[in-house]
Design a binder for this molecule. Sequence first.
Ligand code: FES
Length: 347
Amino acid sequence: MNDPQTDLPVPDPGLEEHPPRFTDVDDAAADRAYKQIVGMLAAVPVLVVAFLVVYFAVPRDAELVLFGANLKMQTTLLGLTAGVATLLIGISAIHWARMLMSDEEIVGDRHGAASPPEARERVLTDLETGIEASGIRRRKLLGTGMAGALGMMALPAVVSLADMGPWPTAELRAKTIEKTIWAEGVHLVNDVTFTRLKATELVVGQLVNAQPETLQEYHGAALQQQKAKASIIVVRMDPNSIRIPESRRDWQVDGILCYSKICTHVGCPISLWEQQTHHLLCPCHQSTFDLGNSGVVVFGPAARALPQLPITTDAEGYLVARSDFTVPVGPSYFERDSSKDFQEGDR
Ligand code: FES
């Protein structure tokens, strides 16, 4: 017979000795905690009365200047009285639980999750009774007919898949989701002011949200589609503090690098930038990309690095793209071939 104590893979260390709380060994301390809790609870009715007085007595348009800010007096006082009352109830409940409620440690043994054999036996018997009662064993065509009818019902669902759009062939993907309007010589412009970005005007640690200048040629739905794929962030880092692979050396200008703004997880736009670590954090599910290391994923569910846009400057020093992105931007999809994302030795 197995001994549950000696058959464990590691010996059961048992419970550590439980040190008593000071309120368990010192009556005066327990009394103090008791008075503190009662004191906090006693303040709550006072605050509630104050809340009612403020509600009825303070005019709604009365103002209050606090730390240089103009506030509505009634709203501020109502918030303060209700907030402090709620806080006191919470603190007193925690204090009560920690200082005065029973501090006993209890061991609860785990039990097997399987149902007892009698219950399993009963379920099988009930199932057998149900099958017998359905008559499916005597009139076999009933079962076949039902299975066939249900199987046929799948056809309308399968046929309606055709409404989801054209089949995403390699040719179609190359013209749509794998292509953006970035191209050689297209200027990078600030996505609010639409002014061109000059390399010398960006300082180390700065991040700018940007778009291709040619986006202005699009309107309506086409504008939104192109913007969704072409949005970028431009960051400037100290070139000595980052790692630039040989194959990407001419994709940047004095530490100015440009990446897709679209998260490779499920496509949220990102621009939460940590200057010191060079990390870019996606607010949706916390994927984190290292922009000082070709945009590789350092944390979170994203499976691919952030695509980098090769850039250079024109004759006047304005930033321009060298080409389109070299890999598709945005979330991954089944046919996405990520083998070309990096060249040999890049990482
Ligand atoms: S969309 Fe960015 S982490 Fe999910």
